[in-house]
Design a protein around this ligand. Structure first.
Ligand code: CAO
Length: 704
């Protein structure tokens, strides 16, 4: 055994790609194809597999580092070189390090369809090279949703040439060269497979190296090419086994989580199948989402789901049982655990990688991991698609078209692409659209702030009220809203949007109350209080709130409990020239009528004179809004969230009321109780309002 430094292989010519995960530790014994590190650029993410097995002696990088082709990754004490991975080592041995791309000969032989060129020694002339579709994870006939270049364009290596999109993922195909686009052989809407000609490029400085260059042009290889090991017998055998599992083995087959790029404990965000479902090969079984990516796990077989071993929210790792599928196979006898990733490669639905792997890896393993990597690739934001596919309301009806770079940006900004309108061809979402969306949300949020609340605009999918130039209809004048009005409008708007409002109407016969009030008016005045109907309302409400504590509560932010307050602090809406204010009468249930009358007048005055302290305006558990002195027969007040109810009081009026034998003139007071229907149901609201009316009809009830 000898130790050697394992280096970053050809990663499609990308430089300074970030290591987002280190999958091995010192002392680990790893096999060829085990993921060592995961890289992520704005175009793709990729696992870098070990070119051979052995023991990790030293790790030479850390998470967050950026690496380029040829950089050291780790020191590996190789186990039995040339025994375990003959196909890998035969080529690799020729070079000192493990970066297999250094072996031009083997590439030429094994990887005729490369998309990412080797680095060439610079020559003086120019040459025209063909650029072909790289390894796209085995996908066939994947649609080109965007052609990002035109003939004559001067582009740099890694610039996006085309963007492909399947039903499971999307990928940008980067240019393997810097140079000029001479011709394009594809157009938007075409379907392409690995090796298809994208076009030709004139590239500089390599014209003197015809022998090497020819393959390099063809070489244009991409990411994740797993073809270097095609000749490996073991691989062929194993792949054969997979085929058996998929196609000819009948009976009950285990379905297990495929290679998911070495990630452990990845959450299942959706189970797309149920027991009894008939599924086709490649149908999505589950959708996984980690903090790095999300992926649909397709079925490797066609058959009937007979047992499910997972549920939404479970965390799974490679090899975990998903369930069992009854497969109507030819042989009926062979039962093999079907690794979902095996077939995924044939689906054409994978997101290809943009890294080049010329490592001559075992085909089956490479394929499996390539598949899973391919699925991981879409920058963690394919879930809108997945969700849309499975009926998520956010994106229902709108297929999301966006490239990986856009998806990555969206993920970083926390943008649900399902909410973004694409301005690109065929509604494709561009970076500018994501930027614009964020700006719009921020603007709406700002407008929703205290500074400009009344802007009845946008955000959260609420259609905007069109801005109209009213001067076209006549003379106008703009009057700035006071800070108070804006703050009040903001609160009302927030409550209106958040609270499912219902208003319960009732009438209280206050004939006796009014007689009593009038009889007490002078006495109250002598004590410095103005006895209007309002203090009676406050007193009666405080009493009713003690009887119905549900109305003296707030909904817990988690939405699954009520916070019931053991204090009764009643807010009173006061109309002021600057806007609405709601001073709070604390412990209203413990105060006399006269005290309530005094305090409400005092607070109303303070409100009008802008003298209310913050404390005097906070802590209400219920609010009364009285328009009784103005008029109206009823109204629908807006709940002063986070309270759950508000009582609106309108103007009392004499009405003929049937007493059982005749109509009697009675003074009736209209009550309008608006409530948060999440916290209060209709029957309780009716009981509360009826009780309140009873108490106001006969205030002696409060003594009982
Ligand atoms: N029916 C008939 N008359 C009524 C009445 C009612 N429901 N409520 C009050 N009145 C009478 C009073 O008795 C008083 O008459 P008298 O002087 O003859 O006794 C007169 O109307 C004026 O009352 P008031 O306005 O001085 O006192 P109040 O206690 O009724 O109200 C206050 C105080 C601060 C609530 C009130 O001034 C106010 O600002 N109301 C507006 C609240 C508001 O804007 N709500 C809407 C918010 S949005 O939901």
């Amino acid at each position: 055994m000898s130790s050697e430094i394992i280096k970053v292989p050809d990663i499609g010519g990308s430089d300074d790609v970030e290591i987002i995960e280190i999958a091995v530790s010192v002392g680990d014994v790893i096999s060829a194809e085990d993921t060592m590190i995961t890289l992520e650029s704005d175009k793709a993410s990729m696992d870098v597999p070990a070119p051979k097995g052995g023991k990790v002696v030293k790790i030479l990088v850390k998470e967050g580092d950026t690496v380029s082709e040829g950089d050291d990754i780790l020191e590996l004490e190789a186990e039995g070189e040339g025994e375990d991975e003959p196909e890998a080592s035969s080529d690799d041995d020729a070079s000192d390090d493990a970066a297999p791309q250094d072996d031009a000969e083997s590439q030429e032989k094994d990887e005729p369809e490369k998309a990412a060129p080797k680095k060439k020694s610079s020559g003086g002339g120019k040459r025209t090279v063909e650029v072909k579709v790289p390894d796209i994870g085995g996908g066939d006939g994947v649609e080109i949703i965007e052609v990002a270049v035109s003939e004559g364009d001067e582009i740099s290596e890694e610039d996006t040439l085309i963007t492909l999109e399947s039903d499971k993922a999307s990928m940008d195909v980067p240019s393997p060269y810097s140079g000029k686009i001479v011709s394009l052989s594809i157009k938007e809407g075409d379907s392409v497979s690995e090796g298809d000609l994208i076009g030709t490029m004139e590239i500089a400085g390599e014209g003197d190296d015809t022998e090497d260059d020819a393959p390099a042009a063809d070489d244009a290889e991409a990411p994740g090419a797993d073809d270097g090991a095609d000749t490996d017998e073991d691989s062929a055998d194993e792949e054969g086994d997979d085929e058996d599992a998929d196609d000819s083995a009948g009976g009950r087959q285990e379905i297990r989580v495929p290679d998911i790029g070495g990630s452990e404990g990845v959450e299942i965000i959706e189970v797309a199948i149920s027991e009894g479902d008939e599924i086709d090969k490649e149908d999505t079984l589950i959708t996984l989402e980690s903090d790095k990516a999300s992926m649909d796990v397709p079925s490797p077989v066609k058959g009937k789901v007979v047992e499910l071993a997972v549920k939404e929210g479970d965390s799974v790792s490679e090899g975990d049982l998903i369930g069992y599928v009854e497969v109507a196979g030819q042989s009926g006898g062979k039962k093999k655990a079907a690794k979902t990733g095996g077939d995924a490669s044939k689906s054409g639905s994978k997101a290809p990688k943009s890294e080049a792997r010329k490592d001559g890896a075992k085909k089956d393993d490479a394929k499996a991991s390539a598949d899973s990597r391919a699925q991981r690739q879409p920058s963690g934001e394919p879930s809108p698609e997945a969700r849309e596919k499975h009926g998520d309301d956010k994106t229902a009806g709108a297929h999301v078209h966006a490239g990986p770079a856009v998806r990555k940006l969206a993920r970083e900004l926390g943008v649900d692409l399902g909410e973004v309108k694409g301005s690109g061809p065929k509604g494709r979402i561009l970076k500018d659209d994501v930027d614009g969306f964020v700006k719009q949300v921020m603007k709406a949020r700002k407008n929703g702030g205290a500074s400009a609340p009344a802007a009845a605009s946008g955000g959260a999918g609420i259609p905007q009220v069109p801005a109209i130039d009213f001067s076209q209809f006549g003379e106008i004048e703009e009057k700035p809203m006071s800070r108070l009005m804006k703050a009040g409008a903001n609160n009302l708007h927030r409550s209106w949007l958040n609270v499912p409002h219902v208003t319960q109407f009732d009438e209280a016969d206050i004939t006796e109350l009014e007689a009593f009030r009038k009889s007490m008016k002078a006495e109250a005045e002598s004590q410095g209080a103005k006895l209007t109907p309002l203090p009676f309302m406050i007193k009666a409400c405080a009493y009713a709130l003690r009887k119905f504590p549900q109305f003296n509560s707030s909904l817990h932010p988690d939405g699954d409990k009520l916070i019931v307050k053991h204090y009764v602090h009643i807010g009173v809406a006061v109309d002021t020239p600057d806007g609405l204010m709601v001073p709070v009468i604390r412990d209203a249930d413990k105060k006399s009528l006269i005290d309530l009358a005094k305090e409400s007048v005092e607070l109303a005055k303070k409100a009008q004179n802008k003298k209310l302290s913050r404390e005097e305006m906070s802590g209400a558990s219920f609010t009364i809004s009285s328009l009784g002195s103005i008029g109206g027969t009823a109204f629908t007040p807006i709940v002063n969230t986070p309270e759950v109810a508000i009582l609106g009081v309108s103007k009392s009026s004499m009405k003929p009321v049937w007493n059982g034998s005749e109509f009697e003139p009675r003074l009736m007071l209209p009550l309008s109780l608006s409530y948060d229907h999440r916290a209060v149901n209709g029957a309780d609201a009716a009981r509360f309002t009826a009780f309140l009316a009873q108490v106001l009809t006969d205030i002696r009830r409060m003594l009982v």
